[in-house]
Ligand binder design. Structure first.
Ligand code: ATP
Ligand code: MG
Length: 506
């Protein structure tokens, strides 16, 4: 008989009139990998934070190994053997890896921290769980994948037997994701229990034992992974079927609207971007593929004006903007969906209406003469919220309380509404559910067909292949390949991303 490790019984959580969790029953068996799925705003993160003691349920109970648990805070949950890796990480950037892991549980030698023992324990733990990290590295300088390993090690150091992973794969490269899956399998084989939140169906099929599906805060389905299919899960989440393939006609290509000429960012022998040239023409989607950390982010920052390139030039709609800042380039015709929507993309304390109006303050309908027109601003926001299916109480609500995916929709909606000739979309569907992803894909193609030049940067090769007309591959700061979509597939792109030349990969 399987042993029940963790249960939620009749859990209710309200935010004002909104029922984020509506009498949720969840049963998780010891040693299983249990997926929690549902559309953006379905209540997954809310449920996870209640299980982890970060929030108190309004009604209902949590049972741990059959006994009722009363977590007043995450500290109680940690003491009971729970660990959580959040949708947004919570590490101290100025501390080293080992300091972060042992934080608040340091081994002591008298009144002092026993640094040698701490470092040794961290190194042993990392070796045992095959989570490669350098204990002395400073966390601020590490990649997202490594930071996530540190979060997991931190939970294991505190002897967690239940791990909650809220969208851990959204920010990982495919290689990092495979590494995480190895670790998850190994932890489950040791008898640990894993709750796994993700929007990616192939991940659920690949690694989980069972799936609980939430819709509008309620459990609508409990499935055995072996006995279900992506189609059945989508139907449970959305109540409809969603097409996973993208339909598009041939591109009607015009003049180049976004050009980089020998763009170099950084100095020395290995600049982050090394003489990169590209052109995106009206009416086409150009996909930029590459393993994270090969200069894509720096290239985008140099295109949108967040950084000034060390040499080379940028042209937008024929105008030289090499020396221009962000606002000037925006005025010249760049719309930009940034990768980091919480830090760069939005003002979390401000309302959805204000966030959607940002960058539009000087033109109708938001502005009337020199003044902002509040009624028109609100009406415009309501229309965008409806069009993009943002789950929010009203346009006056602050975006900081939105679920991860719904915040992403606000940023994408604002940038698509900016009818600029150039759209740079960085990870535009990160954190979005399948239905919202399908919708954004169709919107990107519609923008292309209106004659915009779209540069798409995505960690998902399937997304690059589905949307792009032309594909560029970036490796060590250089653009290694430029090919029509029809000549590309996951395999050749994978080889190019690993630094093979186009001739060798063909
Ligand atoms: N602190 C809060 N105040 C008000 N509403 C909130 C708060 N936290 C969450 N909500 C609302 O509760 C609902 C569920 O949010 P939750 O974050 O649990 O969704 P989710 O399933 O994790 O979505 P996603 O896939 O986008 O991450 C959403 O409508 C969200 O706006
Ligand atoms: Mg969430």
């Amino acid at each position: 008989m399987p042993v029940l490790e963790l249960e939620a019984k009749g859990v209710v959580k309200r935010y004002g009139a909104l029922l984020a969790n509506d009498h949720v029953d969840l049963a998780v068996e010891r040693g299983e990998i249990h997926a929690v799925m549902g559309e953006n705003g379905a209540g997954k993160s809310t449920l996870m934070s209640i299980l982890y003691g970060l929030q108190q349920p309004d009604e209902g109970r949590i049972l741990l190994r059959g006994a009722e648990a009363h977590f007043r805070s995450a500290l109680d949950a940690i003491a009971a053997g729970m660990g959580m890796v959040h949708q947004a990480f919570k590490l101290f950037n100025s501390l080293s890896v080992w300091e972060n892991i042992v934080y608040a549980r340091e081994p002591k030698s008298g009144p002092f921290i026993d640094r040698r023992a701490a470092r040794r324990r961290v190194a042993d733990l990392a070796r045992r769980h095959r989570l490669a990290v350098d204990p002395d590295a400073s966390v601020g300088a590490l990649s997202v994948g490594v930071r996530q390993r540190i979060e997991i090690l931190k939970a294991l150091y505190r002897e967690a037997t239940i791990l909650i992973l809220d969208e851990p794969t959204a920010v990982l490269t495919p290689q990092e994701r495979d590494g995480l899956f190895d670790v998850m399998r190994h932890l489950a084989a040791e008898g640990r229990t894993i709750l796994f939140v993700t929007h990616k169906l192939h991940e659920v099929m690949a690694i989980t034992d069972r799936v609980t599906v939430l819709r509008d805060g309620r459990v609508v389905e409990r499935l055995q992974t072996k006995e279900t299919s992506p189609r059945e899960i989508i139907r449970a989440m959305t109540g409809r079927s969603v097409s996973l393939s993208v339909e598009k006609g041939p591109a009607q290509v015009g003049a180049p609207l976004l050009e980089a000429i020998d763009l170099t960012v950084g100095r020395g022998a290995k600049p982050a971007v090394d003489k990169a040239s590209l052109a995106v023409r009206a009416g086409e989607i150009v996909g930029l593929a590459g393993v994270a950390g090969n200069g894509q982010s720096e290239l985008v920052e140099a295109l949108v004006g967040l950084r000034i390139a060390d040499s080379g030039g940028v042209r937008v709609a024929g105008k030289d903007v090499t020396e221009a800042g962000v606002a000037e380039r925006r005025a010249a015709g760049i719309a930009y969906v940034p990768e980091d929507r919480a830090l760069v993309g939005s003002a979390l304390a401000a309302s959805a209406a204000d966030n959607l109006a940002m960058g539009f303050q000087r033109a109708p309908p938001v502005a009337r003469g020199f003044l902002i027109d509040p009624a028109a601003t609100a009406a415009r926001a309501r229309a965008l919220i409806a069009k993009f299916g943002v789950k929010i109480e009203s346009e006056r609500a602050a975006v900081g309380s939105l679920s991860g995916g719904n915040l992403q929709k606000v940023v994408v909606a604002r940038e698509l509404a900016h009818e600029a000739p150039v759209l740079i979309a960085e990870q535009p569907t990160r954190g979005l559910d399948v239905g919202a992803t399908e919708f954004i894909h169709r919107q990107l193609i519609a923008e292309r067909d209106k004659g915009r030049a779209v540069l798409l940067i995505s960690a998902e090769l399937s997304e690059i292949l589905a949307l792009s007309d032309r594909i560029l591959v970036m490796y060590e700061g250089r653009i290694l390949a430029d090919m029509p979509q029809a000549e590309a597939n996951e395999e050749t792109l994978g080889l190019l991303m690993a630094g093979r030349t186009q001739a060798a990969a063909a």
